[in-house]
Design a protein around this ligand. Structure first.
Ligand code: TGC
Length: 386
């Protein structure tokens, strides 16, 4: 949290190491991201030049142990995610796709050879990864994917297509999930392999400083060693999604906090009818309601993080964080925009950019509806997905 939004002395719940890491990421975002983000967003570019700096801060695969990764805690990973998303959701998404999805897939399910080949380079930002699960007609229901990998002698041959794949056009490797005769399996696919193509999806009204792609796999031939050997079935990708969904719980609140701060600062100086907006009861009501949800959202994220570090976090509990914090964050950003009046629709201020980004964040890695039904199943014992 920040001085202006913290109503409960949230910092007292953090260790010195956690606060130090949080402050170093905040300072990076303040100096390197915030002055430039409006331009990147307008031009719809992801600034690849910052990848070495993210690596230097130890943020790539930061919660993974060994293989050149920083081995930080889940709470530290979450705190960093909140600071990155206070800059822009596209920035946190980069770290999430790289660390929570692509690197995590190799770390959880890969062979020792795959781990040694890819993880150190990915932690250094020398190799970028992407994670191909979603298809044009298989989003919430990835079990319906049609991408297929068939064995051909000692090789695997992949055919199919994926959609909404973050970073695919700038990635050196893709983790591709495909149906096989044995069930869903994951493959480590160097993107230079003949038959692999990635095309950015443009134009977008959300996540403009970020890259999402269509991916085509046309007779992509891979050696036997390309398959992730340690998992078969959808629990493979879902285990990685747990990591990314957990990070979103924190990240969304980072965006909300930044929108709140923008609205608070503006309302303190913007004069109407002879006094600052902040002096009006209606504005104070908005600011207080926003701050309450930010405090509750961060408390929830911290609780889930402590449970994750203790090894007691259940996937259903991650749905509580992902659903609640995305939903509240988008409301906070929209309310913040209302305090900024007409100026709030320009790129000079962050709330509407954050609100637009959060449309993507509430949709990917499990929509509001999917997480509602996961929790509906938890409460009633009855799955209502189908
Ligand atoms: P279901 O039958 O419930 O489960 C299949 C197998 O998976 C296991 N499982 C999990 N394991 C670990 N963590 C979880 N959260 C798990 N959820 C399920 C389950 O135990 C079972 O294992 P086994 O051993 O019995 O086979 O599967 P279902 O299809 O019925 O589940 C329903 C539902 C809706 C919950 C699930 O399909 C779901 O979560 N859908 C949402 C999919 C989603 O989040 N897609 C996002 C794609 S990735 C993305 O958006 C990339 S964004 C980043 C970028 O920019 O690239």
């Amino acid at each position: 949290m920040s001085d202006s939004s913290d109503l409960i002395d949230f910092d007292s719940l953090l260790t010195v190491a956690e606060r130090t890491l949080r402050d170093s990421v905040r300072s990076f975002v303040d100096s390197e991201i915030k002055p430039n983000i409006a331009g990147w967003y307008e031009k719809a570019v992801f600034p690849l030049e910052i990848v070495p700096e993210l690596a230097k801060l130890g943020l790539l695969g930061m919660h993974l142990d060994g293989y050149g990764c920083a081995g930080r805690s889940a709470v530290e990973y979450g705190l960093a995610g909140a600071e990155l998303e206070a800059g822009d959701s596209g920035l946190r998404t980069f770290v999430s796709v790289q660390g929570s999805l692509a690197m995590s897939a190799i770390h959880k399910h890969g062979s020792e050879e795959q781990k040694h080949e890819w993880l150190p380079a990915m932690a250094k930002g020398e190799a970028i990864g992407c994670f191909g699960l979603t298809e044009a007609t298989a989003g919430s229901d990835p079990g319906n994917m049609t991408t297929f990998a068939r064995r051909d002698g000692g090789d695997w041959v992949l055919n199919g297509s994926k959609r909404w794949i973050g970073l695919a056009s700038v990635a050196q490797i893709a983790i591709i999930w495909a149906q096989t005769e044995e069930g869903v399996r994951g493959f480590v696919v160097p993107t230079a392999t003949p038959g692999f193509t990635a095309t950015p999806i443009e134009p977008k009204l959300s996540m403009r400083a970020s890259i999402q792609c269509d991916v085509e796999l046309s007779d992509v031939r891979l050696p036997a060693s390309a398959v992730l050997p340690n998992v078969v079935g959808l629990k493979g990708p879902f285990a990685c999604l747990n990591e990314a969904r957990y990070g979103i719980t924190w990240g969304a609140m980072g965006a909300a906090r930044d929108a709140f701060e923008a609205a608070l600062a503006y309302s303190g100086t913007r004069m109407q009818f002879g006094k600052p907006l902040a002096g009006y009861q209606l504005t104070q009501q908005k600011l207080v309601d926003m701050a309450l949800e930010i405090n509750k959202g961060f408390l929830l994220a911290l609780h889930l993080g402590r449970k994750k570090d203790a090894g007691t976090l259940h996937p259903d509990q991650i749905s509580v964080g992902k659903l609640n914090n995305c939903r509240e964050a988008i409301d906070i950003c929209r309310e913040a925009r209302s305090i900024l009046g007409g100026n709030g629709i320009t790129l000079d201020y962050s709330p509407m950019r954050h609100a637009n980004n959060l449309e993507s964040v509430r949709t990917y890695e499990g929509t509001d509806e999917v997480h509602t039904l996961i929790l509906g199943r938890k409460i009633t014992g009855i799955p209502a997905f189908r």
